[in-house]
Design a protein around this ligand. Structure first.
Ligand code: GCW
Length: 679
């Protein structure tokens, strides 16, 4: 068997006999109330987890006298309802309560929620407590997800290729669906439910309209049926020109009567098959995708037309803000804001605008997207990229919760200090009713799902942050390592440190001090800061670094593109002034002379070179750490990670050497002491 397949649901046997006894004493009888499909999958999961972790097959069922009772509010008996009243008032429909009481001198634990789905989340949380070896003697956990729509975006095509996918082909086996249900779909749903992911967009944002034809909708329905018990809704990317491609219309103009009617009918047809269908995701008028602008209309016209079609069924539109046109190339970073912010307040209630974390494109580090905070009357959902298009794809170990956390904590200042991005996403900043978050999936049909087992942490971590955007990356790393590998301190502590450092390592060896988008053109793997012959200037790496003999960096201040002006005045001032701009963003916002003195006293050129070297050193130390972990990890996963770290080290050097050699032709300076000569 391949342990990689089991993700973080390993349910390792609890070797510590004292702890195992403690768990057993608290769990010798178990009762599940209700018989919905959700109750069935939750009880099955609990029994699987307990039997694996405790080595016990038979748990008695003493009904309400059981030591562990799992029941959603409606099923609770009178006594428990009374005892849990105030806790239940605190949670929302997906929330849960885990509470231990002493009843007649005996320990009794209740897992409950307002709904069966909430109770199921409670079961997964309870299992996580056991997996991470925590005490269950006095539980008092009251939790609700802070964001409503928590989705994965699969960039999966109907031919099973995956755009920017690095873990094999798509897990959706369209050929065998709808009648053949791969066990993977069930395990995928379990993994998502365990972290609270409640939606999945099945197909690529660069969409094929065929997904909306009955032939495919049958297959989509089959997946929706598998996912439903786990609280996961299915969404589809709607190709804007679908009325032409599969509907025989001559236009896809969102104000055209026939087009409106076509989408209404299509939507009705979908809901007939999938009554809890989530809605549409749309990439319009971006990178060649069709959209309302093809007909002289705008984003509001397009989004609202689809929103109307969905409103009757309580569906939503997730309209992407990832737009940049070839007609105004002064600064790509400014375009989404310029195009969308003027529409604030004009979108229908069931539209949420999906914004990437930064204004360029999923770089190792970007300042937060200026749209966050800037549309008080429009809900904005965060789009993170879990798949590592620009971050070494599936060979480099990079722990992304560190990146996600950084963005979520950036302060927009739109309502004064403390207006952090997380508050715009969870709706608390402007009082949004509809809230959402999306992660572009890194999942494929590789045995271990993500190509590299370490990158399972990014799927896990995304889910945990979607549930609670205020969790720390450290807590997430800790939980994930314990559930995925081992609770041994000698393993958890060093590997946690390794994960938490890995994000800064990739920034250092790829794009230190605010450099960005200097990856090789097209596939974005490996370095490529040099000119590449491309049709669009903003697809050319030199556009982003603007290196010349005077210096390097993109001037986005008043003397340049003035992109800083899109931020609140406090932020604009901080980024706009080279003295207050955090050095991590220096070359993002400023064109800086090679001789500029950095805070540590080094001149810029030396600083850049030393950062590249630091990145290499960090990977060396990751490798060193991992090598000591052999006693705690099965051979297969140990070797896999080891091989990947070898690749990462080789490529960190490749990045350092090529970038420094390239920039050196402009700086005309020697490498400083401490930086290795190119290999
Ligand atoms: O990051 C870029 C990718 C494209 C992607 C696009 C997008 C799906 O290079 O592959 O297309 O962004 O987010 O729409």
């Amino acid at each position: 068997s391949n342990n990689g397949y089991k993700l973080w649901l390993q349910y390792n046997f609890v070797e510590d006999s004292k702890l195992r006894e403690e768990y057993k004493v608290g769990l010798n009888s178990i009762f599940f109330a209700g018989n919905s499909e959700t109750v069935k999958v939750a009880s099955k999961e609990l029994m699987l987890g307990l039997s694996e972790m405790l080595g016990e097959e038979n748990f008695k069922n003493n009904k309400w006298n059981s030591q562990l009772v799992c029941a959603s509010e409606a099923f609770l008996n009178h006594e428990l309802k009374k005892l849990l009243k105030s806790e239940l008032e605190e949670i929302n429909d997906e929330g849960f309560v885990l509470k231990t009481f002493m009843v007649h001198g005996k320990q009794k634990t209740v897992i409950t929620g307002k709904t069966d789905i909430g109770t199921m989340y409670g079961v997964y949380h309870f299992l996580r407590l056991l997996q991470t070896h925590q005490s269950i003697k006095q539980l008092n956990v009251i939790e609700s997800p802070k964001i409503k729509v928590r989705v994965l975006n699969h960039w999966d095509n109907l031919d099973r290729t995956v755009e920017r996918g690095y873990a094999g082909f798509s897990i959706w086996d369209w050929h065998r669906l709808p009648d053949y249900i791969d066990q993977r779909y069930i395990d995928y749903a379990r993994a998502n439910a365990s972290v609270g992911i409640n939606g999945v967009v099945l197909n690529n944002v660069n969409a094929n309209a065929l997904i909306l034809t009955p032939f495919y909708l049958e297959k989509v329905k089959a997946l929706a049926d598998v996912f439903r018990p786990y609280g996961i809704k299915v969404y589809l990317t709607a190709r804007f020109s679908a009325p032409i491609e599969i509907g025989d219309l001559k236009t896809a103009d969102p104000l055209d009567k026939n087009v409106i009617q076509w989408w209404n009918k299509k939507t009705e047809e979908i809901y007939k098959m999938i009554p809890d269908f989530g809605g549409y995701l749309v990439k319009a008028n971006s990178e060649g995708q069709p959209g309302p602008q093809n007909y002289g209309r705008n984003h509001v016209d397009g989004a609202n037309m689809l929103a109307d079609a969905l409103a009757t069924f309580k569906g939503i539109v997730m309209w992407r803000a990832f737009v940049y046109s070839e007609h105004d190339v002064t600064d790509r970073a400014k375009q989404a804001y310029s195009e969308f912010v003027p529409y604030d307040g004009q979108f229908k209630k069931n539209v949420v605008v999906q914004v990437k974390n930064g204004a360029i494109d999923f770089q190792p580090r970007e300042p937060f997207h200026p749209m966050f905070g800037a549309m008080p009357k429009t809900p904005l959902m965060m789009e993170f990229q879990i798949t590592q298009e620009y971050l070494g794809q599936s060979t480099h170990t990079v722990f992304l919760p560190k990146l996600f956390e950084e963005v979520l904590h950036e302060d927009t200042y739109v309502n004064g200090k403390g207006s952090i991005v997380a508050k715009d996403v969870d709706g608390s900043l402007h009082g949004d009713k509809l809230t959402g978050i999306a992660g572009v999936s890194n999942i494929g049909n590789d045995i271990n799902w993500t190509g590299n087992v370490m990158l399972q942490a990014n799927w896990y971590g995304y889910g945990r942050l979607a549930w609670n955007p205020y969790l720390s990356s450290g807590e997430i790393a800790d939980e994930w390592l314990r559930s995925t590998f081992s609770n041994d301190k000698k393993f958890v502590e060093p590997v946690k440190e390794m994960l938490l450092d890995s994000r800064e390592a990739v920034v250092n060896y790829m794009t230190p001090l605010g450099l960005h988008h200097i990856m090789a053109t097209g596939h974005h793997y490996g370095p490529g800061p040099w000119v590449s012959n491309l049709s669009r200037p903003e697809w050319n790496p030199v556009y982003y670094h603007k290196a010349d003999e005077n210096g390097v960096g993109f001037d986005r201040t008043k003397t340049g593109s003035n992109a800083v002006a899109q931020y609140a005045p406090e932020v604009a001032k901080m980024y706009g002034d080279i003295k207050t701009c955090p050095e991590e963003y220096l070359l993002w916002f400023h064109h800086v002379s090679w001789d500029y003195k950095l805070k540590d006293g080094n001149v810029l050129w030396d600083g850049i070179a030393l950062k590249y070297q630091e990145g290499v050193e960090e990977v060396k130390s990751m490798k060193k750490t991992w090598q000591k972990m052999k006693p705690y990890v099965d051979d297969e996963r140990f070797k896999e990670v080891n091989m990947f770290l070898d690749i990462q080290l080789k490529e960190a050097k490749w990045w350092r050497d090529s970038c420094l050699l390239y920039f050196q032709q402009y700086s005309k300076k020697e490498l400083p002491v401490g930086v290795d000569k190119p290999e």
